[in-house]
Design a protein around this ligand. Structure first.
Ligand code: NDP
Length: 455
């Protein structure tokens, strides 16, 4: 008679939880996963996937107008936002089915309901107690809202992904990934967009050239960015909302969306009560093996607030399963994890920004901005930025950054080069593919004086 009901019991069927649990099940463990909402989690149901479908959908507005420069006469296109949302929801239903199927095929039991820890080996769901040798917390995160008067009137990315109709005017508060992505979606779909940021530029933490260049491209598309501005209060009016700013000004709008960061889902599942230590942001503190302060409890993904990206959560879930259920101990290497912002135009980045690199070594900076070939005929006033940061002493490439069409697709290949420790000389020895934007990464010869020098 086994001591526990399961070998592994996971709370949260998002990207990290599903990967860990289905691998464990596939390796023969008696595994179960608890989910209170939809199987697939933030990325598939409320994040990356629906967001990217909306980016594709909204971007057609530019494709239609660009086509004229190539001889197409497309008339006046019309756009049905509600239809895009319905089509997107059909795809999410399909994906949820795929995820459920993956769990089933790997003999993972899906327990639907809200899980709460009772002790280090027991989780209660709707009055039923389940025990396991190991418990994995993979509960993700949720939007965080500041406490200002009228905050109950705003939506977050959850609501934005299910808006039944496109508002004429949108105010977006925040300057991070989500705010920038939705500013691009709403603007391309045809709304008037004002983005309010408290800092002097968008995308804190990104390379300074990327930040200012992207903001410039967004402003050219008509997105109004109000910098160093805070919201004091939001009032509901007969027709919409008044966003009252800290500087005394006010903006009338039909919708207010907040994207001011996310916080870990850790406060209602009994973690503290069973002794799991949380940090000041309420994230589960784990070691490199994903183990919490309680020996039988582990955590992966956004609830640990390490690198809050889906592929990282998947890598953590995989490392956990390999370590405990396949006898192949492994940890995740967080260096040179590439990421993209699906803004319009998009950003791709891997490695260090110029500011970060300059902290560790003297650097050489290569940078080019140019008009992509497509826009010579489309006439669109949109430029591309490519930037490479090199360790001046070792010639190793420390960072690659791009803002422009296909940046995410291009950056994935560069991430392999950086993972292999490629040098600038090796980039230079690589023959480009012509004519592409990507070839600029291997033809950059002119150094630009580094903006930041700490050595
Ligand atoms: P971020 O942490 O990226 O950005 C939060 C933004 O909100 C910052 O601009 C911040 O300003 C601002 N902010 C925070 N608090 C306040 C406040 N009280 N008032 C006004 N502004 C405020 O959060 P997001 O919500 O955009 O995204 C959450 C996470 O989700 C990201 O960190 C990322 O890991 C992940 N994500 C990844 C995506 C991708 O890979 N493409 C896409 C979407 C999300 P300041 O700069 O001044 O601090």
């Amino acid at each position: 008679m086994p001591l526990f009901d399961f070998d592994l019991l996971t709370i949260g069927a998002g990207s990290g939880g599903v990967r860990a649990t289905r691998l464990a099940g596939g390796y023969g463990a008696r595994a179960a996963i608890i989910e209170k909402s939809r199987v697939g989690g933030t990325c598939v149901m409320r994040g990356c996937v629906p967001k990217k479908l909306l980016v594709y959908g909204a971007h057609y507005s530019e494709e239609f107008s660009d086509a004229r420069g190539f001889g197409w006469e497309v008339g006046t296109p019309s756009f049905d936002w509600g239809q895009l949302i319905r089509r997107k929801n059909v795809e999410l239903d399909r994906l949820e089915g795929v995820y459920r199927g993956i769990l089933e095929r790997n003999n993972v039991r899906l327990i639907e309901g809200e899980g709460r820890l009772v002790d280090p080996h027991t989780v209660e769901v709707d009055g039923t107690r389940h025990t396991a040798e190991r418990i994995l917390i993979a509960t993700g995160g949720r939007p965080e809202l500041p406490a200002i008067p009228g905050i109950e009137h705003v939506i977050t990315s959850d609501g934005a992904l299910d808006l039944p109709a496109l508002p004429a005017r949108v105010v977006i508060v925040g300057g991070g990934y989500i705010a920038v992505e939705f500013a691009g979606i709403f603007r391309a779909a045809g709304a008037e967009v004002t983005q309010i940021i408290r800092a002097s530029d968008i995308l804190r933490g990104f390379d300074a050239d990327v930040r200012s260049f992207l903001a410039e491209q967004m402003e050219k598309k008509g997105i109004r960015i109000r910098r160093e501005t805070v919201v004091a209060a939001i009032d509901a009016t007969n027709t919409g909302y008044t966003v009252r700013l800290g500087d005394g000004h006010a903006i009338e709008t039909d919708l207010v969306m907040y994207a001011t960061g996310r916080s870990p889902n850790t406060t209602t599942i009994g973690l503290k009560e069973v002794g799991v230590a949380l940090n000041h942001k309420r994230a589960v503190i784990v070691d490199e093996w994903n183990r919490s302060s309680v020996a039988s409890i582990y955590a992966v993904g956004d609830c640990t607030d390490r690198k809050n990206l889906t592929p990282v959560a998947i890598a953590e879930g995989q490392a956990f399963a390999e370590t405990h259920f396949n006898n192949r101990p492994r940890t995740v290497d967080y260096a040179n994890v590439a990421s993209a912002v699906f803004s319009q135009p998009p950003v791709g980045t891997v490695g260090l920004s110029e500011e970060e690199a300059s902290e560790v070594a003297p650097v050489d900076v290569y940078l080019t901005r140019f008009r992509p070939m497509k826009h010579t005929l489309s006439g669109r006033d949109e430029a591309t930025l490519i930037k490479v940061i090199v360790d001046a002493a070792t010639d190793r490439v420390l960072g690659c950054h791009m803002v422009g069409m296909d940046a995410a697709e291009i950056t994935q290949g560069l991430a392999i080069a950086l993972k292999c420790g490629a040098t600038k000389a090796q980039f230079d020895a690589t023959i480009g593919i012509h004519p592409t934007a990507a070839e600029e990464f291997v033809t950059l010869r002119e150094k630009r004086p580094a903006r930041v020098r700490t050595h």
